[in-house]
Design a protein around this ligand. Structure first.
Ligand SMILES: Cc1cc2nc3c(=O)[nH]c(=O)nc-3n(C[C@H](O)[C@H](O)[C@H](O)COP(=O)(O)O)c2cc1C
Ligand SMILES: Nc1ncnc2c1ncn2[C@@H]1O[C@H](COP(=O)(O)OP(=O)(O)O)[C@@H](O)[C@H]1O
Length: 311
């Protein structure tokens, strides 16, 4: 998958591209059907066109949703599983938002021939949201490209389709199993391992700490986790939160991961940590000894969870 960041960079692609377009927060199963629809044309490359910033964060910051993915790097990793040929990540600036839908299509087609466009059935784009289904059909006829509208994928929760909004709600309830089902992959927190106060190792529970950047989060507390370090898969347990027992003055929001087994030196490595199951909420303990004993019980509970999972 080639990652490009502008129409100028796109000029290096000479073949026609069938584009899946969307912001794709979370890259869930609904997004997957939009992207896979753009992969059905052997005569064209499959491209995913998305934006660096969420459009609402630029246009209506007060209405911007908290994001399921931490950053463009995590989103690219999730998109790569679907094997498109090209990922075009455009900066979403106010000037860009002001482009009429026709002008956006014109610039895209000037950079590289459009074989087709795949969007979700409720997708709108361009200034004044004039780029909708009817508009795309008309432009497709005029400019000679195909259009494909992926219908909403049912979630099984009432009559609601799968959406980033629904997944944010499910995450807020700590239902990691349901979030995984709707996403089509486990909910993950990604980031570089930073230094902590190095107390964990003296307790027999070293914890690799990741600064959390995802906006849409499950409740603070303890989770069964799985992560890969240099090709080796580790199960473990992690605390998401601000460690009230430690009474830090400005406690950063961290995911503190204790992996089962010797993972070696993790400082500076970027980890993608799957949060598979919510065990309990974060609490303030009356003493470090009480917290330490509870972490021991958390490890046992997590091991029992993985034994039940049978993997
Ligand atoms: C499984 C697990 C559960 C935890 N639960 C809590 C908790 O409920 N409350 C709390 O204040 N800190 C909790 N912590 C955070 C510990 O306070 C923290 O990991 C410890 O201070 C070590 O910090 P360090 O990595 O900076 O050395 C938990 C940590 C782990 C690994
Ligand atoms: N099984 C493991 N789980 C987590 N971290 C591990 C493990 N084995 C080794 N480490 C290393 O130990 C470090 C954590 O030790 P810790 O005393 O908790 O320090 P810190 O307070 O800096 O997080 C990790 O960042 C990693 O480099």
């Amino acid at each position: 998958m080639k990652i490009l960041h502008s129409f100028e960079e796109l000029r290096e692609i000479r073949e026609p591209v069938y584009w899946a377009m969307g912001f794709f927060d979370g890259v869930h199963r609904g997004h997957e059907s939009v992207i896979l629809a753009a992969r059905r044309f052997p005569e064209a490359l499959c491209g995913v066109l998305t934006f660096e910033e969420h459009p609402a964060a630029v246009l209506r910051p007060d209405k911007a949703p908290p994001l399921i993915v931490a950053d463009a790097e995590q989103k690219a990793r999730l998109i790569e599983r679907l094997k498109p040929d090209v990922l075009l990540v455009l900066p979403f600036t106010p000037e860009f938002a002001a482009l009429p839908a026709e002008e956006f299509l014109r610039r895209l087609s000037l950079a590289c021939p459009i074989a087709g466009i795949s969007v979700g059935e409720n997708w709108q784009f361009g200034a004044g949201r004039t780029g909708n289904i009817d508009f795309l059909r008309e432009q497709g006829k005029r400019m000679g490209f195909g259009v494909s509208f992926a219908s909403m994928v049912p979630s099984g929760i009432g009559d609601r389709p799968i959406s980033s909004t629904l997944i944010r709600e499910v995450l807020a309830e700590g239902d990691m199993e349901q979030a995984r089902f709707l996403l089509g992959h486990p909910y993950a927190i990604e980031g570089k391992v930073v230094h902590g106060r190095q107390i964990g190792r003296t307790w027999g529970f070293p914890t690799a700490n990741i600064k959390v950047r995802n906006g849409a989060l499950p409740p603070f507390g303890v989770f069964c986790i799985r992560t890969e370090v240099d090709g080796r898969v580790f199960d473990g347990v992690a605390n998401l939160g601000r460690r009230p027992t430690m009474a830090e003055e400005h406690p950063p929001l961290l995911l503190e991961c204790h992996l089962f087994g010797d993972a070696g030196d993790l400082y500076g490595k970027r980890l993608s940590v799957d949060l598979l199951h919510f065990l309990r909420g974060e609490r303030k303990f009356e003493s470090f000894d009480a917290l330490k004993a509870q972490i021991g019980r958390d490890c046992e509970a997590a091991k029992a969870f993985f034994a039940r999972m049978g993997a």
